[in-house]
Ligand binder design. Structure first.
Ligand SMILES: NC(=O)c1ccc[n+]([C@@H]2O[C@H](COP(=O)([O-])OP(=O)(O)OC[C@H]3O[C@@H](n4cnc5c(N)ncnc54)[C@H](OP(=O)(O)O)[C@@H]3O)[C@@H](O)[C@H]2O)c1
Length: 337
């Protein structure tokens, strides 16, 4: 089969090659990949800044896929040939709390990912793809949508009428905005540019703050919330900006620490954290059970992903370059018709 192989770190070392089509073992599905979507994690892996000691070489990258089951190993009961499935990032985290070694069982690194004509997914880590979505649409769910859903609903216990703060207009943030709005929450979004703010407002977002032209953006969020702050903040920026997120979040509110776009370390001012009694919660996507709760909600509210661009399989490198420029929503690679 054709597969993109990361032979060493750096986008120039991502090359199209030919490898044997895998055979499903007991409990496994062979999936003909319809589409994959890119996440910042995939780019960070290619760049060698995401757990580089775990990266096998060559690696078939990209965790998030949607496709059709074309063969099954012995003992498979959850799916049949012909079913459309989604991958999940944490292939062994089914429900409850994760085990201590989940990162060693992630698709797209260290396990082979979906940037290939076929991929193996264990039946326990596959989820039925929503019938209302194409493969291109469904491929955006496993990390971006699920992280947003888990942060808001399972961790943030979001209630209708509460306020959510989302940062930037990337994959996680747009899904968080759409899910929060469908749940009856008020949403405030930040962005580096006014054009993106206009676009998120057209999706229903109540207010936008430009974090480039307003370096003290947390004060604007407070003004927009009667001085109280957001109930749940989806933190994707990382770095020292976390102090602004704590300031922009309500007393006893939740900051879901999802991302690290500006840095993987942070100097947290403890006194505001203590006085505001903020719950600062690290997020590492979610278990399969959360995915299975999310999909009916997406179907019920007819929530579709915002896809910035769909690239053909041969142009995977261009898709990664697009991700590096900062997409509005998701970047998708179509693999099969
Ligand atoms: N922990 C987890 O489970 C998990 C899951 C998913 C993602 N993540 C992480 O979350 C982050 C976002 O992921 P993603 O897939 O949504 O990324 P993405 O689609 O690449 O989105 C990036 C967007 O973030 C915005 N941004 C960049 N710098 C920012 C800053 N300083 N402050 C606020 N917004 C900023 C930009 O929007 P504007 O151009 O509009 O400003 C940019 O388009 C990444 O660090 C990713 O690794 C973690």
């Amino acid at each position: 089969m054709k597969a993109w192989l990361l032979k060493d770190f750096g986008l120039n070392n991502l090359q199209l090659g030919e490898v044997p089509t895998p055979t499903p073992r007991a409990g496994e599905l062979l999936v003909k990949v319809g589409a994959v979507s890119l996440n910042f994690r995939d780019k960070a892996i290619v760049d060698g800044i995401y757990e580089p000691h775990l990266v096998p070489k060559p690696l078939i990258p990209v965790s998030d896929a949607s496709g059709e089951v074309v063969a099954i190993g012995t003992g498979v009961t959850r799916f049949r040939v012909g079913d459309r499935v989604n991958s999940t990032l944490y292939s062994r985290w089914i429900d409850g709390a994760p085990g201590p070694d989940e990162p060693t069982y992630c698709l797209g690194m260290p396990l082979p990912g979906g940037l290939a004509e076929y991929m193996i997914i264990h039946e326990e880590s596959a989820v039925r793809a929503p019938g209302s979505m194409t493969d291109e649409e469904a491929s955006t769910l496993p990390i971006a949508a699920l992280t947003a859903w888990y942060s808001l609903m399972d961790v943030g216990n979001l209630q209708p009428g509460q306020t959510v703060l989302v940062q930037g207009t990337g994959g996680v943030s747009i899904f968080a905005a759409k899910i929060a709005l469908a749940h009856g929450a008020k949403v405030i979004a930040t962005s580096s540019n006014d054009a993106n703010l206009a676009k998120v407002k057209s999706l229903g977002v109540h207010a936008g703050v430009n974090y480039r032209t307003n370096p003290d953006w947390e004060k604007q969020v407070l003004e927009l919330t009667d001085g109280l702050g957001a109930d749940v903040t989806i933190e994707v920026a990382g770095g020292d900006g976390i102090n602004k997120s704590i300031a922009a979040t309500k007393v006893q509110g939740v900051v879901a620490q999802v991302g690290f776009l500006t840095g993987q370390t942070s100097a947290v001012n403890l006194m505001p954290l203590i006085f505001r009694q903020t719950t600062l919660r690290g997020i590492a996507v979610a278990p399969r059970s959360s995915f299975e709760r999310m999909n009916p909600f997406l179907n019920k509210h007819n929530i579709k992903p915002v896809i910035d661009h769909i690239y053909p399989f041969a142009e995977a490198v261009k898709a990664f370059e697009h991700l590096a420029r900062g997409p509005f929503g998701k970047v998708v690679i179509k693999i099969a018709d």
